[in-house]
Design a protein around this ligand. Structure first.
Ligand code: PLP
Length: 447
């Protein structure tokens, strides 16, 4: 039997929580007044709060619990590794078995041309690694001015200083003088917001052309890399037109700019492929991963390093003066290996790329008939819809459209109170359910 949480006084925990725990991305004062909901247990696609209420976790925690909650084989693998060797990393010519085995496994799953992995503790650290790595690459190639990285508005690449700089979130840049020098942004391929009646294909090409404009503005001999999420996640599940990534690839190739695919959300089956760049015709030089690699059971991230960069770093680089205490952490790598074994055994990538993904797409699209839903679209196991007051010339106002709080925030709280965790970005409501969600559970969530 799975371990059940011990009983406790929820109100007392909430008081200690607001007294001592500064939550990420949270207005601490408002948390103090309302009190945070205490989540105590998870199983499959569900979590339970301290009041015993069952909730469908349609966000997989933070887009990460791909194999669902309560996998005892992962806890067993972690326990076994902790008993054998809980930690080892010295930076001095040592390695450990789970790290080697995981690197080998990831290379076997990655697109052709990826033979190396750099491990980190998180997605943010992995993107910091990308900044260091692409700049080092160009230094070694003899182009010491080629340090600028182009990213996109409304992108999310993490919350470290470099990660938040790569991110294109105004609210993050407004705090602490970001972005750091050498990181610039272009528009996002958001057809619903910016399509202006163009065809999707034409808009995809136009959005990609902003990259070429920016390269020419900065100077092609100064641009190191372009970074993008195949489907923007935290920015609102922005699914690009089919023409976008092939054109971005063509532009990167033309100017020799390195392409970084940030697959922290999109990788490990979420878009129906092990690596989402395969779905979009991208040929990235570096791929950022985290989250789904361990389904969040233990923190782990990293960068798949393609041959173009790896060869130069290895052949010409000498010491790469970068790394983390927890790079290649044996316990995290053991969790990842078991997580990947589950994904393979249960054919979750194939299911999301096939029947489950198609079923979710069909059921999610049916929400377009709802009087408050405008656009609704999905890609694999991520989906988003726009809440609208005015639809087909009818006005459907209701208490959700609170002008102060914003419709997304009100809807998110409403859904949470009613047993489904969704995310809100403006008026867009988002889901990214565990990849194990079955048809009955999809129906439950949609209803
Ligand atoms: N990149 C993307 C695309 C993400 O969605 C995230 C986190 O949500 C990150 C990077 C940062 O990962 P972490 O929170 O593990 O640092």
């Amino acid at each position: 039997a799975k371990t059940q949480p011990a009983a406790f006084d929820t109100r007392a925990v909430q008081q200690r929580d607001s007294a001592h725990y500064l939550h990420p991305f949270t207005d601490h004062k408002s948390l103090g007044e309302r009190g945070a909901r205490v989540i105590v247990r998870g199983d499959g696609v569900h979590i339970w709060d301290s009041e015993g209420k069952q909730i469908i976790d349609a966000m997989s925690g933070l887009w990460c619990v791909n194999v669902g909650y309560g996998r005892t084989s992962i806890s067993e693998a972690v326990y076994k590794q902790m008993e054998t060797l809980p930690f080892y990393n010295s930076f001095f010519n040592t390695t450990n078995l789970p790290a080697v085995e995981l690197a080998t496994k990831l290379v076997s799953l990655a697109p052709a041309g990826f033979n190396h992995v750099f491990f980190t503790g998180s997605g943010s650290e992995a993107n910091d690694t990308n900044v260091r790595m692409v700049r080092r690459y160009w230094d070694l190639m003899g182009y010491k001015d080629r340090h600028t990285i182009i990213s996109r508005h409304n992108a999310y690449h993490g919350s470290t200083v470099a990660g938040a700089s790569l991110s294109g979130m105004e609210g993050m840049h407004a705090q602490g003088g970001l972005p750091i020098p050498g990181i610039v942004h272009i528009g996002q391929p958001n057809y619903v917001a910016s399509g202006r009646g163009m065809s999707e294909d034409a808009f995809g090409l136009e959005a990609a052309s902003w990259l070429e404009k920016k390269i020419l503005e900065v100077g092609p001999d100064k641009v190191a890399a372009f970074i993008g999420e195949p489907v923007q996640g935290a920015g609102g599940v922005i699914i690009p037109p089919a023409t976008y990534w092939p054109e971005i690839q063509r532009i990167c190739d033309m100017y020799g700019v390195l392409l970084i695919a940030d697959e922290v959300i999109c990788g490990f089956g979420r878009l129906g492929k092990w690596f989402a760049s395969e779905r979009f015709g991208m040929r990235p030089d570096l791929i950022t991963f985290a989250k789904g690699v361990t389904s969040g059971y233990v923190p782990l991230g990293g960068v798949m390093v393609g041959e173009r960069v790896a060869n130069v770093l290895i052949e010409k680089g000498g010491d790469f003066n970068h790394g983390f205490t927890y790079s290649g952490h044996p316990v995290a790598c053991a969790a990842a290996l078991e997580n990947i074994r589950i994904i393979e055994q249960e054919q979750l990538v194939e299911k999301v790329g096939g029947a489950s993904g198609a079923y979710l797409a069909e059921r999610f699209a049916s929400l377009r008939d709802h009087p408050l839903v405008g656009h609704a679209d999905s890609c694999g196991f991520v989906a988003g819809l726009n809440l609208v007051k005015n639809k087909a010339d009818a006005v459907h106002d209701c208490e959700l459209f609170d002008p102060e709080l914003g419709v997304g925030m009100v809807c998110r709280s409403f859904m949470f109170a009613n047993g489904v965790i969704m995310r809100a970005v403006g008026e867009r409501m988002i889901i990214a359910p565990p990849l194990v969600m079955n048809h009955t559970q999809i129906n439950d969530m949609i209803s």
